[in-house]
Design a protein around this ligand. Structure first.
Ligand code: SF4
Length: 312
């Protein structure tokens, strides 16, 4: 049986669509064929004009065209003053279209941190919010109690952008009827149950506290350069981007773009610290024990690591 999918863009940059188009193995066409996917609409793939777009939405909302998956990319814009008129579609607030379509879809999937939690768009002044969360607070646009026709809440696939294989994984699970266990942020645990830190090629530096103080050295980016990898859920160092690399492998700190509080108010390229110890530590770690461990680890660091970091 085919899987009908409607991809609705809301308040965002469209980066998740661009990311999806980079799906490689399988590529998007192969995935669609394998899942017998009926792409009712995708802004980068569909060729119909605005009238056709409106017609398909109307058919879905009137119940004439069953919809298996509503994918929302971008935050829901509610401004000004709750009217939603900052972001309209076919003459009406897009937020109303989101509500109407979500009420009839079998599954609702939020792709990207803006759709899941508000993200960058919620940092602006357009009263934007995520579908079922506003930042870390459950509720968002559809409300804390919303469930789609399948009985599940919004499935969140945060990221800025979201890795295309996570979207492919979620759609594959829905198409094949594999239940998706969700964590406290409504993210599938099978896709988000690891930290960006896991798989980073700088782990050995992290272990011995061999740290970069300025970019281009060889070391861990945690203590000075703002890396959030140990705290951020995500598979960037397992799946890799373009099947090749990741931010931290390329020497750029993880900005924790999957987290509900993204983008953080602090500078991205600096670690906020007290007495040289990062303010934020991996979940569940005792601060005094971590300090003792890292102090001893730095003393025990092998010469080869220290030399390599110093470029010797
Ligand atoms: S650079 Fe970041 S992700 Fe990599 S080992 Fe250091 S803290 Fe972990």
């Amino acid at each position: 049986m085919s899987l009908s999918v409607f991809w609705l863009q809301c308040g965002g940059c469209g980066g998740d669509s661009m990311s999806l188009l980079d799906l490689e193995s399988p590529d998007l066409a192969e995935l669609a064929a394998a899942l017998d996917m009926d792409v009712v609409w995708h802004p980068s793939l569909s060729v119909g004009g605005p009238k056709e777009h409106a017609r398909r939405i109307d058919e879905i909302v009137r119940g004439e065209r069953p919809l298996d998956v509503l994918v929302v990319e971008g935050a829901v814009v509610r401004g000004p003053g709750g009217t939603g008129m900052y972001d309209t579609i076919h003459g009406k607030p897009r937020k109303d279209v989101v509500a109407d379509m979500a009420s009839v879809a079998r599954h609702v999937v939020a792709v990207g941190t803006c759709a899941a939690f508000g993200g960058v768009t919620a940092s602006g002044e357009v009263e934007a919010t995520g579908l079922q969360f506003h930042r870390a607070e459950r509720g968002g646009f559809l409300g804390a109690d919303f469930v789609s026709r399948s009985g599940a809440p919004v499935i969140n696939l945060p990221g800025c952008p979201t890795h295309p294989e996570l979207v492919a994984g979620a759609l594959s699970a829905i198409a094949t009827g594999i239940p998706l266990e969700l964590d406290e942020w409504n993210e599938p645990t099978a896709l988000y149950g690891m930290r960006v830190h896991q798989g980073c090629t700088r782990n050995e530096y992290h272990e011995y506290r061999v740290e970069e103080r300025s970019f281009g050295e060889r070391g861990c980016l945690f203590f000075y350069l703002g890396c959030q990898g140990p705290m951020a859920r995500g598979a960037c160092n397992r799946l890799l981007w373009n099947r090749r690399s990741s931010k931290t492998r390329a020497g750029v700190p993880c900005f924790a773009c999957t987290r509900p509080d993204f983008p953080r108010a602090q500078p991205f390229f600096e670690t906020s610290a007290i007495e040289g110890l990062p303010l934020e530590l991996p979940d569940g770690i005792s601060r005094p024990h971590y300090l003792a461990y890292k102090t001893m680890a730095a003393v025990a660091a092998p010469d080869r690591l220290k030399k390599r970091a110093a470029g010797v």
